[in-house]
Ligand binder design. Structure first.
Ligand SMILES: CC(=O)N[C@@H](C)C(=O)N[C@@H](C)C(=O)O
Length: 758
């Protein structure tokens, strides 16, 4: 390595450390009991580079309500590390804490029940009953029942029996226990999984544990072709019968990749579990599911229903839907929100009426609510009126907080509207909100929101800063960030023509980060940053690696081209069928926009992106070869004709390249015409024009965009004499997010861009 390059690696990695160490708040809960102070518990995580995992800890605090109704958080002196813990879930009263430890190998899964002073109970659930509890944020669901005796949860079903052989290879009828010596296990049948990040994971199934009787059961009455997730207990009804509500995804006709794909059909189901008395322990109820009550589909009239949430009074079941994504075939689209009125007598029927609370917004008037785009719904999002939910949703390039009245459908934007910050809900304290707010140049800040009732008009919210040690940064980071500024640019569409929907002609946005320095005779080099998906968005929140890039002397142009989430359904649906042209032209328009405004120089532009962002990166260097001095592509889609045969989302290739999808065309081999079209829409068709030195960062275990896409393109560039560097992350999947890989990626990109820009 050249000395200069080595010096650059050393210099940049030194600075990168200061950014890497900044933690995230993953979850938070508030606990109040009569007569005692309100207390908070925050799950904080940060990368642990040596083990290449995230280190998770708990930060606790007392919350003082002061006479002027402001609050002060008094933090414990140190966080406590939670080593080996997969999940923690407080009980509804806050008097118990469930701690789940998933096994690393064939060991049992461990459940611990803690009280305020000690561990009360411990359960070891053998692999013969189930494997790891899902804690992926999607299938994940752990729910305490109201009297805190039972917990419903989603875990991997037990492994099917495998053929057993003796030392000479003789087949043993009936198999044998795992630990029997003198035998070995064969492979067994291959099982289809849910693709990227779920490779080898078994079907998510539903279980209930009774913490008094110690019974653990798989819930009966559920079709084995359903994968289960997001379970909650339905409101308590008198008598021995209780209901669970959960999401079911069918594996028919086949499972396709589900990560980043809300377009997989799913429905809400309910199943009855019955409290029985165990013969040997007559005083302790046992919850048993019953075969004769088959799970009921509650949402047959809508193609997608997930994140079920009961109002605290048990009157409504509210859920989110990605029907637009399912019905159109795009992997993500505008959400809708719905309500079922839950029968107070507990008598359920198959076709409950589904009310629309927030319909899909096709094209909003300027400044109006653009539609709902939620990545999650908080487990307890309710204000005390039992009908208002607080939701985080994407609104153009920012995430905002909304209050939604589930009866009237009224939506209020309650985080401050006049800023470029993004806001995310952490937890609620009755009618007060704890949230996180940040921008690309401001580290996260905890906010406390209080509703101010007004006699004459809508409620408004006042927000105060909560001081906390969690996001304290080094002086170096503070000083670097204070020299930067960020704005959100509105960019007009160049290719307006007849036949377009109104939404397709509306402005899109780009986030622009640059130094505050007034002397703009010498421009900082520009990095154009492109998100994947393509139906995803780059948010105006703090991202430590982007902050690092802007801190080392680059301006950033982060483009939310048409097709991104947050701008209404018409704008989003304008892209499928036009990938590689409409999105490429939007990015070129955004670049022209900043050049014309005198914010960037045309001579020092680099570009980078992941996945579909890598598709755009490689398209741009092919279609506009003189525009870019260097590029970096992370697991890029470079040849759809190659990807279609091996990806877990072949349907995506059809929808994005052709605009529609024919039935089952993703299981049958593509036709010669399809392959020709795929290739013509791919960056590989422009590879001969590329001049920009390009860095490829590839995850060898990626099953979303298998590495052969990137490798074929990189080899073609090499053969042509274009400078290429490939870094292969042997144990990484599509998102290179393990701590070492994340750091290495941005370090290599930093050094690569410095080589061609400085
Ligand atoms: C739906 C999907 O995964 N598309 C990929 C081609 C892609 O772009 N992925 C996104 C989500 C990413 O950022 O990796």
């Amino acid at each position: 390595m050249h000395k200069e390059t080595e010096d650059d690696y050393a210099y940049l990695s030194n600075l990168l450390q200061d950014f890497t160490i900044i933690p995230n708040i993953d979850k938070a809960w508030l606990f109040s009991s009569p007569g005692s102070q309100l207390q908070g518990m925050f799950v904080v995580s940060q990368p642990d580079l040596l083990t290449n995992k995230r280190r998770t800890s708990i930060m606790s605090c007392n919350i003082l309500k002061q006479s002027d109704s402001s609050v002060k958080f008094l933090w414990a002196p140190f966080p406590i590390e939670m080593s080996g813990v997969s999940m923690i879930v407080p009980s509804p009263s806050g008097s118990k804490l469930l701690v789940i430890r998933n096994p690393e190998n064939e060991a049992p899964c461990c459940f611990e029940i803690w009280s305020s002073s000690r561990m009360e109970k411990e359960f070891h659930i053998p692999q013969s009953l189930h494997g790891s509890v899902y804690n992926d944020g999607w299938f994940e669901g752990v729910s305490w029942n109201l009297d805190e005796t039972c917990i419903a949860y989603v875990a991997e079903e037990s492994s099917p029996a495998k053929p057993t052989f003796n030392d000479l290879g003789g087949y043993k009828k009936g198999g044998c226990a795992d630990k029997d010596l003198g035998y070995w296990k064969g492979q067994g049948d291959w099982e289809e999984d849910w693709g990227e990040t779920y490779a080898g994971r078994r079907r998510p199934a539903l279980f209930v544990i009774n913490i008094n009787s110690r019974d653990v059961q798989e819930v009966k009455g559920i079709d084995k072709s359903l994968s289960i997730g997001q379970v909650v207990w339905a409101p308590f009804t008198e008598g021995s019968e209780q209901y669970l509500v959960f999401v079911g995804w069918s594996s028919k006709p086949r499972k396709l990749g589900i990560k980043y794909c809300s377009n997989r059909p799913c429905a809400l189901y309910t199943v009855r579990v019955r409290a029985l008395h165990h013969e040997s322990k007559p005083n302790e109820p046992v919850v048993q599911s019953t075969e004769e009550f088959h799970a009921l589909n509650l949402t047959q009239t809508i193609s997608s229903a997930f994140f079920p949430r009961f109002s605290p009074d048990g009157k409504f079941l509210v859920f989110l839907s990605a029907r637009s994504a399912v019905d159109s075939g795009v992997h993500n689209a505008t959400n809708s929100l719905h309500r079922i009125d839950w029968p107070t007598d507990g008598k359920l029927f198959q076709s409950s009426k589904i009310y629309d609370i927030i319909p899909v917004v096709m094209c909003a008037e300027d400044g109006c609510f653009p539609g709902l785009y939620c990545t999650t719904i908080h487990n307890n999002p309710w204000l005390s009126d039992n009908c208002t939910m607080i939701i985080s949703s994407i609104w153009h390039s920012s995430e905002v907080l909304l209050s939604v009245n589930v009866l009237s459908g009224e939506i209020l934007h309650i985080s401050p509207a006049d800023s470029n910050f993004s806001w995310n809900l952490l937890t609620l304290d009755r009618n007060n909100i704890v949230a996180i707010s940040s921008s690309p140049v401001d580290v996260p800040q905890i906010k406390y929101g209080m509703a101010i009732e007004k006699a004459t008009s809508n409620t408004t919210w006042s927000w105060s800063n909560i001081s906390s040690p969690i996001f304290r940064c080094s002086d170096k980071v503070v000083s670097l960030l204070s020299s930067l500024q960020c704005s959100i640019l509105s960019i007009s569409v160049k290719d307006v023509h007849d036949g377009q929907t109104k939404g397709a002609t509306k402005h899109f946005e780009a986030i622009f980060v640059t130094s505050k320095t007034k002397n703009k005779d010498v421009f900082d080099p520009l990095i154009v940053i492109l998100h994947g998906g393509p139906h995803d968005v780059s948010l105006s929140h703090f991202s430590k690696y982007l902050a690092f890039q802007s801190s080392v002397g680059y301006s950033l142009l982060i483009v939310n081209y048409r097709g991104s989430l947050g701008f209404g359904e018409e704008a989003l649906q304008s892209l499928p069928g036009k990938v590689g042209s409409q999105d490429v032209n939007d990015v070129l328009s955004a670049i022209d926009h900043v050049i014309n405004l005198g914010l960037a120089s045309p001579s020092k532009i680099t570009v980078m992106g992941i996945s579909h962002g890598g598709f755009l990166t490689t398209h741009l260097i092919g279609q506009a070869p003189d525009k870019f001095v260097a590029a970096a592509a992370i697991n890029p889609v470079c040849n759809l004709a190659l990807m279609i045969g091996t990806t877990d989302i072949p349907d995506w290739c059809y929808v994005e390249a052709c605009g529609t999808i024919a039935k089952n065309c993703f299981t049958e081999p593509p036709s010669a015409d399809d392959l020709t079209l795929f290739q013509s829409k791919s960056p590989i068709s422009h590879v001969s024009k590329v001049k920009a030195p390009t860095l490829f960062l590839l995850g060898a275990q990626d099953i979303r965009v298998p590495i052969f896409d990137g490798l074929q393109y990189a080899r073609a560039l090499k053969e042509k004499g274009v400078e290429v560097k490939i870094i292969m992350f042997q144990n990484d999947v599509h998102a290179l997010k393990r701590p070492q890989s994340d750091l290495e990626c941005f370090l290599h990109i930093g050094v690569w861009f410095n080589k061609y820009c400085k």
